[in-house]
Ligand binder design. Structure first.
Ligand SMILES: *Cc1c(COP(=O)(O)O)cnc(C)c1O
Length: 359
């Protein structure tokens, strides 16, 4: 705080989002930002190698047509129903700016992706969080009241809890006067999507990312699917802000990833198998967690504080995520890595718990 200079009075002040660490170094096991441990589809590397730098003198297609068309075909919707952005964070931020302009509060769960309240604050959107119940489930009734919009991730982050589509449908059906966004960053890992419902509800926007299930966090690709009118409004705001955000190599690489469905399914299948194995192992070590449907587990131990385990893992070069926040300060979020990485994690925890008991 301290004294504020004159020029500081008119500044937009925000508390920024804090991302997980990106540690560098040999042998580090990085399970803290829900990245995929496998490389992207082989076609992605080919597309990048074959890209001719000479093309860069021109501006890219501001609709990212090649990628949007590929996604439209893959998901069985019209290209006009697709909006592509620089990571789903870009798509979500623009959606907040476009859709949440009412006076009533935007609603989202109290335990959720910690970017939502940051965007709401930066865009001056009034918001209220709705408490999850003790098993981290949403309480439907919280969303059946006047509001300026709704955003819910499904599966939720960082809990991994998946809500049935019928519950979310009831919420969107009861709110024809506001836009509801379902953030499906993790739905590919075994969740049921709201996508079929975008034809039925004009006010439903489904947001997806290439960062998790398509192993392309570094490329920055996200997209939204919704009614054409809704997508049109989103494009109007984007084109009033910065039209050419998707660069040419990203459009090519993204389109190549979508074409290789076999690789995509295989990678997601591996993560799911490793996740189920890790669940069994951690249960055996005294950890509890809600049934996780993303590429991560949200775990708490019956005897050892989460913060202690977090520090011990870090000293061993295993990075997981810990938040010192109300309700979740005894939990760790652990990204599912390769089998070998998870075996090392389990081995370390087994020894740590044993040695601690002997002390
Ligand atoms: C990772 C994540 C995102 C953002 O993904 P990017 O496409 O990398 O910007 C959005 N929502 C949730 C819930 C996430 O976990």
């Amino acid at each position: 705080m301290g004294t504020e200079s004159g020029w500081e009075k008119n500044i937009r002040k925000v508390t920024p989002y804090v991302a997980g660490e990106q540690p560098k170094g040999e042998g580090i096991i990085k399970l803290n930002t829900n990245e995929c441990p496998y490389p992207p589809a082989p076609g992605v590397e080919r597309a990048l190698k074959e890209f001719e730098a000479g093309k860069l003198r021109l501006y890219p297609d501001m609709n990212a047509g090649k990628l949007a068309d590929g996604l439209a075909e893959y998901y069985g919707v019209r290209p006009e129903q697709i909006f592509v952005g620089v990571g789903s964070d870009d798509v979500l931020a623009l959606s907040f700016m476009t859709f949440f302009n009412g006076e009533n509060p935007l609603l989202f769960p109290d335990i959720t992706y910690s970017f939502y309240d940051v965007w709401a604050d930066v865009f001056r959107i009034p918001w209220e969080s709705c408490p999850l119940d003790s098993s981290f489930r949403i309480q439907k009734e919280d969303y059946l009241r006047p509001n300026g919009g709704i955003i819910i991730p499904n599966p939720n982050a960082p809990t991994g809890v998946l809500e049935p589509v019928c519950v979310l449908e009831e919420i969107v059906a009861a709110n024809p006067d506001s836009v509801m966004i379902v953030d499906e960053a993790y739905v590919d890992f075994g969740g049921e999507s709201m996508l079929p419902l975008v034809e039925k509800y004009e006010n439903l926007l489904v947001v997806r990312t290439f960062s998790k299930s398509r192993s392309m966090a570094g490329m920055r690709i996200g997209f939204a699917i919704g009614n054409e009118k809704l997508i049109g409004y989103l494009k109007d705001v984007k084109f009033s802000f910065n039209s050419y955000t998707m660069n040419m190599p990203a459009i090519e690489a993204g389109a190549a990833a979508v074409r290789d469905d076999a690789y995509f399914k295989e990678t997601v299948g591996k993560i799911i198998r490793t996740r189920e194995w890790t669940k069994e192992q951690l249960s055996g070590l005294g950890f509890c967690f809600p049934d996780a449907k993303g590429n991560f587990l949200f775990v708490t131990h019956d005897k050892i504080p989460a913060e202690e385990i977090f520090q011990a893992l870090k000293r061993a070069g295993i990075y997981v995520r810990y938040w010192k926040k109300p309700r979740i300060d005894n939990y760790l979020r652990i990204t599912i890595g390769t089998d070998k990485q998870m075996e090392k994690l389990v081995e370390f925890l087994k020894n740590y718990i044993k040695e601690r008991a002997n002390d």
